[in-house]
Ligand binder design. Structure first.
Ligand SMILES: [Zn+2]
Length: 350
């Protein structure tokens, strides 16, 4: 069964089995092809669900086992983007990458993840969460030679994301998450049209909606960028007041081992908070007590019935055993705090 108080979740991605894709790298090429690849992805998804359930996670995800990358795989399924024509652009103002080019009107010819989500639905009775890229993060991984306006392209993507999200919901997805790390970088655009585009992507959904912002995986380009941010990371200060007034239900942020001042959560008071209590940039597995301490600190700024203990970001680049043990630590840490919150005298006596 799932806990209604402090339900545990991961941000999304989990390591893939080594027979499916090369471990511990992003954009890892598939080890299988054709029908065998299709079957392999499903088996990996099944294994990921089993492991999450066995370790006691309340909200189950697909572990992103059927996709190569959280942004690229979605875009690959759209018309209007030429993956052969590549240009070098600066991603999130941080590192150069060779990216595909938008050469015509973008559209979604058929559902991208809906079959995979229906398959996930069959594997578990617990609530399921599905992650999609946010519109602003999508445009930031492309060169545009058609629209000539980041805002216009983001709006087109938001419309496409909304179509996909509605069909995911119909397939039984309980929680739809939009990954929008670009909100920690492009503050002016976020204020001008980024939040509006995100709300457009989430429009009309009955499923709970999450925005995950974050400072990225534990890869070198991100670690170097983080080193330039100073002792306190206050980037969320730009987005949180706007998100607090937005239609999005849940805000996901990193906390454990991070330089984000925990009191920034006060800025989203009233929203649900998916709080990162697991560091995804370290192979060291947290103790349940460390997890509990991170959650307790957050409880000064978020009501217990609105706290969702989670990981800081995706765990795809970690060794599989480490990621699984981190899930166990998260579940055990949440259980400690759940007991304290349910029995306030235990907290007072602590
Ligand atoms: Zn993240």
């Amino acid at each position: 069964m799932s806990h209604s108080l402090l339900p545990t979740s991961t941000v999304g991605s989990l390591p893939k089995p080594s027979w499916l894709a090369k471990p511990e790298v992003l954009w890892s090429p598939w080890e299988l092809t054709g029908d065998v690849l299709v079957e392999g992805k499903r088996d990996a998804l099944r294994a990921a669900v089993h492991e999450q359930e066995r370790r006691g996670l309340d909200i189950i995800s697909d572990g992103e086992q059927t996709r190569q990358h959280f942004v690229t795989t979605f875009i690959e399924h759209l018309d209007g983007v030429d993956f052969e024509r590549r240009e070098t652009v600066r991603i999130r103002d941080r590192y150069d990458a060779s990216v595909p080019t938008v050469v015509g009107a973008v559209s979604r010819r058929r559902p991208v993840f809906v079959d995979d989500a229906a398959f996930l639905r069959q594997q578990t009775d617990r609530p399921i969460k599905w992650a999609l890229p946010g519109p602003m993060t999508m445009i930031d991984t492309l060169a545009d030679r058609h629209y000539g306006s980041r805002e216009k392209l983001a709006w087109e993507f938001a419309t496409i994301l909304n179509q996909e999200a509605r069909e995911l919901e119909a397939a039984g997805v309980d929680i739809i998450q939009f990954d929008e790390p670009a909100f920690n970088v492009f503050f002016d655009e976020m204020k001008d049209w980024g939040i509006a585009a995100l709300e457009r992507a989430a429009e009309g959904l009955r499923a709970e909606t999450v925005v995950h912002i974050c400072y990225g995986y534990g890869i070198a380009a991100n670690t170097e960028w983080k080193a330039t941010l100073g002792p306190e990371w206050r980037q969320y200060e730009e987005s949180f007041p706007l998100l607090q007034r937005s239609s999005i239900d849940v805000i996901s942020l990193e906390s454990h081992h991070s330089h984000v001042p925990v009191e920034l959560i006060e800025l989203i008071r009233g929203k649900k908070v998916m709080l990162g209590a697991i560091d995804v940039a370290s192979h060291e597995v947290e103790t349940p007590h460390e997890v509990a301490e991170t959650l307790r600190r957050a409880l000064e700024f978020v009501d217990a019935d609105k706290l969702i203990p989670s990981t800081n970001c995706g765990m795809a680049p970690l060794p599989r055993a480490v990621a699984n043990d981190k899930i166990s630590a998260l579940v055990a840490g949440a259980a400690i705090v759940r007991a304290e919150v349910s029995e306030p005298s235990a907290l007072a006596a602590r």
